[in-house]
Structure formats: C-alpha cells, structure tokens
Design a protein around this ligand. Structure first.
Ligand code: DON
Length: 623
C-alpha cells in the first residue's frame, strides 16, 4: 500500500484551519498530567508534543501542530481489531467470547465477567487479548500481517511496528500476563498467553501519527470506507457495533462522563493518542502524551470537548430533520414527460393528469424520514393512481428505509395504486432496493433511471386506461396536426411526397450537425431526441430532450430555417417514419402556397402551445 496523499489537503487556509490553529495554541498552554512510564519506552516521549488532525468523510484533512509526529497507537488499536473480529466471525460468535458491558474500571483492571465467562468488553486489556486471539493466520508472521493489514487499511497507508516500544512492553507487561493467565485459567482464551500477548503487544506498538488517527476515525465515520483510498476497511454492518462499544467502553471509567459531556464515540491510548468519530461527518485524531488519572491525554480530552461544544457534535444532538424529506410534490397536470403527445393525448393528460403525483424526495432516508414519506404517499394515494418517487436527491438510506419502501409498494399495490421509483442507481444509497425490485419482473417495470421515463410510463398507462381505444398507429395525413386544415388536393400532393422509411432499434435517424433536409412523421414505434454532452475528460453523456410516438412529427424546424440538426434522433424500437423532403415541400409551396402556410401555421400553433406548457411547468417547478 503506497503512501496516501490527503485529497485536496492543505490547498488553502480556511476557517477550520484558523479554528484549529487557535484551539491548538490555547490548549498548548495546558500542562496538567503525567506521561505514562509503566512502559519505559513511553517515558521517553517529549511532553510538549501536541498535534490535532480532522479528516472529513470525503477526504479533506486538516492538521495543526505535531500532526505527523510518530507515536504508538496503544489501546486505540482495540477498536480496529474488534471490528476485524466482528467481520471475520460475526456478531454472535464474538459476543460469546467478548462482552459489551462497560466495567467502570481502569483499562488494565483484572475483572472478568464470570457470569458469561468472558471479558466484559473489547476496549479493556482483557477483552482486547481475547480479540487478539481471534486474529487469523497460519503462522505468527501471518497473524501480524493480518493485524497490520487491518490497521493500514483504516489509515490508508502502510503502518509498521515500533520495535523499541514493543520490546519495552514485552519486558514489562507483567500485569497483562497476569490477566492473560487468569483468562486461560477460566477458559476465556485457549491459546498460550505468550502467543496472544505477542500479537496484542504488537498491535499496541503500531506506530501512527495524529493524521493517521484522524483518517482511521474518518474511515469509521464513513461507514468503513477509507475516505482517502476509497478502500473498504470494515463492512458497514459492523460500524454501529464498534462505535457503540467505543461510546460505552472506549474511555473506560471515564466513559460515562465523556459520553455525557462530549458525546462522540472515542478511544484513547496510553501513549497520548485519542480518536473520536462523528458518524457521516468527520474523524478526529489528537496526540499529547501527558495523561490524566484515567490514562487519557489531558490536552486530547480538552480538544475533543471544545470541538464537540463549538460545533454541536454530540451524537445525541438531533442532526436530522425528518420533516424535510419531501422537497416538492408535483401533479401530472403540470409536470409532464418529455414525450411529445398528440393534442388528444395532451387533452387527456390535462384532464386526468392529477392521477399522477411526483414526489421529490431528499436527504437521508431512515425510519423517521421514511415514515413521514410513507404517511404522505399514503395520503396522496387516496387520489393519485400513480406516485413517482424522484429519489435523485437522496444521499443515504438505511435498512429501515428500504424495508418501509418495499412494504409501501406492496401496500399500495393491494389498493391498485402504482408506486414508481426514479433515480435508483445500482451504486446509489438505495442500490440494494433496486436489485430487489428489478429481480422480480412484477416490480422491475416500476424502476426507472430517470423521472422523465417514469412520468412517460405513467402517462402511457393513463392514456391506455382512458383513451378511446382508437389505434393511433393508423392515421391519414389529414389527421396529423401539422397538416390540419389542408385541402384534399393539397393532401394528395403531400401523399405523393411521402417517403416511408424504416429504422432498426438504436439506429440514429438524424444526427446533430447533419444538414436538415427532411422532416419526419412517426408512423410506428417511438423515437428519442437526445443531446450528446462531452464535458471535459468525462465520458460522453446522453441527455434525453424529448420522445415521440405515432402521429407526431420531428425535424420540422428544417422547414423554418433549413440549417443543421440541433440534436440526435434515435429509434427506441423498430420505427416506421414518413419522411418529407424540405426542398420538395418548398418547391410545392411555390405552386400551393396555402399548403405551405397552413403547415407553418400549424407548426407555430404547436410551438406556442409547447412554450405555454413549458412556462406552466417552470412556474410549477419554481413555486
Ligand atoms: O496494555 C497496555 O497496557 C498498553 N499497551 C495499552 C494500554 C492503553 O493504551 C490504555 N489506554 N488508555
């Protein structure tokens, strides 16, 4: 694993940098506490060393002071090894070996949970040793590599062991030996204590910096994904467990006070490091070797207390606003798909459009917000038959949300209501819900990449439901809007100009930039008008502008200005079109002026109606 480079780090000095510089300067004046000496090598630390680092879940790293000064991680390692054991063995197995109860005692207390025959929790030395025993590897070297691999993934760079601290702890770790033998005696561990202590002392002796700690904490805050490398260090299903135990046990017999005052899941180490995690936001790393009576960095506790207070980061402070889950509701009478409709279809949708409702959903979907959404959809379903959930602004969704949306779908189906999902990408927060829905043919048709396609589907359903059943694929030229009002003779002239053309699915009928010398009437099938966008160093993106079905024209602008095509038109399926040569029509116009002016008049009327409709929609969208 190469050295990481903090994304967008240190690019510019901003408000957070100023805040941290001021905080560091103020707390640097605090000189209470004593350096740990029971591990002799730790006693060599410079008491004035002091660093603070904050890493965001999107990879921005702020540092101040001795943020890159190396020291050993010590007990902070316990949180990451605990996470590793959960991912490797699962919750039940680990819980049968290590409890989750705070002891209310110091980190190295020799108290064990004899009721359940296990150490109380993984944050005290006894529990950490039980976890260390679970580190996998066929050889001691392999197990050390597994341990280092886990830590390095969280740090986003290769971490190494400080051999001098390791030797110092091996030489003096007798209390830990006592704990290990007590546990062996009661069967809480099975391997030889020295084997376990070897890997435990090594995990405590991993050399880190403040910046490493902040990134490791930010990885926990980012659902187990390292914000710098993008690598998953721990499956998101176990993050809640690690943070819960850090919150209740991470600061030992100060955990209650810490949780009350500061309220961030945290873990300290006897060398002077502290990590704190604000889920979904940041990871904090602090280092200053002077410790308080509980074995926590004095300056570290002050820094976390101030940051929590200043920025309102207590995890039990309500940071969510489930009430804002619905950004906007739009009726199908005002918001339409980009499908160009015949006047009859437009009239039908004007009349029945309120049977379609579009709900723009935003923010995080969790129980509180999704419950509100479900309640609102339920209310809307009293009137609307088709409810489109536009989920493009949903940035997070938990299992409660997925379950409630699934149940809502079933609930509405039982009432002949359609719940349609738009903007549900595979790699999005609701990716697993998409997988579920698309796995079943029945529900797969209710999932669309774009709201526009979802709206078109709803409109097609409504038209099919309420239409007069007339076969719209069979029509004479006289029935086409663009030719409305033409005399029979003129229509006969036009029939002589028709060029039937067939296009295969996906075939480009007209290409942007081509000379515009034909316009088309769709006779069968549907076509999509799309723009190809080539943003710099991004792959080409297609944007759907409109779609047309039988009886609708496209390319008629050529009649107005000739010119060049302004977009591509592609056949969605096998398409039959009637092509009309612009040149021929102009020619005919010389001998049949009424024909040409009638066509232009119809086009003007159509364009002005589309303009009015667009204004109505903009008005509705801007309200
Ligand atoms: O086992 C020990 O005593 C040390 N390696 C780790 C203790 C520690 O970090 C306690 N934390 N505050």
């Amino acid at each position: 694993m190469e050295a990481r480079s903090p994304l967008g780090a240190q690019s510019s000095i901003g408000p957070i940098d100023h805040y941290l510089a001021d905080l560091h300067q103020r707390i640097a004046g605090v000189t209470d506490g004593e350096i740990a000496t029971y591990i002799p090598e730790l006693a060599r630390a410079d008491p004035e060393t002091f660093g603070i680092a904050i890493a965001t879940v999107d990879g921005r790293v702020y540092t101040v002071g001795d943020a890159d000064h190396p020291f050993t991680i010590q007990s902070i390692s316990k949180a990451f090894v605990y996470g590793y054991t959960l991912a490797e063995y699962g919750r039940d197995f680990v819980l049968s070996h290590i409890g989750v109860e705070p002891t209310g005692e110091a980190f190295n207390s020799i108290v064990l949970d004899e009721v359940h025959n296990r150490p109380y929790n993984p944050m005290v030395n006894a529990g950490a040793m039980a976890a260390a025993e679970l580190i996998k590897g066929d050889t001691p070297e392999a197990r050390i590599a597994t341990m280092l691999g886990t830590m390095s993934k969280h740090a986003g760079r290769s971490l190494h062991i400080d051999e001098s601290v390791l030797r110092s702890e091996q030489a003096t770790g007798h209390r830990n030996r006592a704990i290990a033998y007590m546990m062996l005696n009661s069967g809480m561990i099975r391997s030889a204590p020295e084997t376990i202590l070897d890997i435990y002392f090594r995990q405590c002796s991993v050399r880190v910096s403040c910046t490493d700690l902040a990134v490791m904490a930010a990885t926990l805050a980012n659902d187990g994904v390292n914000p710098l490398t993008g690598e998953t260090a721990l499956d998101r299903d176990y993050i809640q467990d690690v943070l819960t135990v850090m919150n209740s046990c991470g600061m030992y017999n100060y955990a209650g006070q810490w949780s009350y005052e500061i309220g961030m899941p945290a873990k300290s180490g006897v060398a002077g490091g502290i990590i704190a995690v604000i889920p979904g936001q940041i990871g904090i790393g602090v280092f200053s070797p002077r410790l308080d009576a509980h074995g926590h960095s004095v300056r570290g506790v002050r820094v976390c207390a101030e940051i929590s207070e200043t920025f309102g980061l207590h995890v039990f402070r309500n940071h969510t606003n489930s009430g804002a889950v619905i950004r906007r509701e739009l009726s199908g009478t005002v918001v339409r798909s980009k499908r160009v409709r015949s006047p009859q279809e437009r009239a039908l949708l004007d009349d029945k459009g309120d049977l379609i409702s579009v709900i723009e959903v935003q923010g995080g979907l969790f129980f509180g917000s999704t419950e509100r959404l479900v309640r609102r959809v339920d209310a809307i379903a009293a009137e609307a038959e088709f409810i489109v959930l536009d989920l493009r602004r949903v940035h997070d969704a938990d299992k409660a949300a997925r379950r409630l949306l699934r149940d809502l779908l079933t609930w509405l189906r039982a009432r002949d209501r359609h719940l349609i999902f738009a903007h549900l990408p595979d790699d999005g927060p609701l990716g697993s819900l998409r997988t579920e829905l698309t796995a079943d043919d029945d529900t797969a048709e209710l999932v669309f990449d774009h709201r526009d396609q979802a709206l078109e589907w709803c409109e097609n359903q409504l038209i099919a439901e309420f239409d007069d059943g007339r076969d719209r694929t069979k029509f004479s030229l006289a029935q086409l809007d663009i030719f409305k009002g033409l005399e029979r003779d003129d229509l006969r002239v036009l029939e002589g100009l028709v060029r039937p053309m067939v296009f295969e699915p996906g075939q480009t009928i007209v290409r942007e930039g081509d000379e515009a010398n034909l316009f088309f009437v769709v006779a069968r099938g549907t076509v999509t008008v799309q723009l190809r966008l080539n943003a710099e160093n991004e792959s080409e993106r297609l944007v759907r502008v409109a779609s047309m079905g039988p009886g609708v024209t496209f390319g008629e602008m050529a009649l107005l200005d000739g010119g060049y095509r302004s977009a591509d038109v592609v056949a969605d399926e096998r398409v039959v079109c009637y092509g009309f040569s612009v040149e021929q029509l102009r020619e005919v116009g010389k001998t049949h002026p009424a024909l040409f002016t009638t066509i232009l008049g119809n086009m003007m009327r159509d364009f002005s109606e589309r303009l009015r409709r667009a204004n109505d929609e903009i008005r509705a969208l801007e309200q």
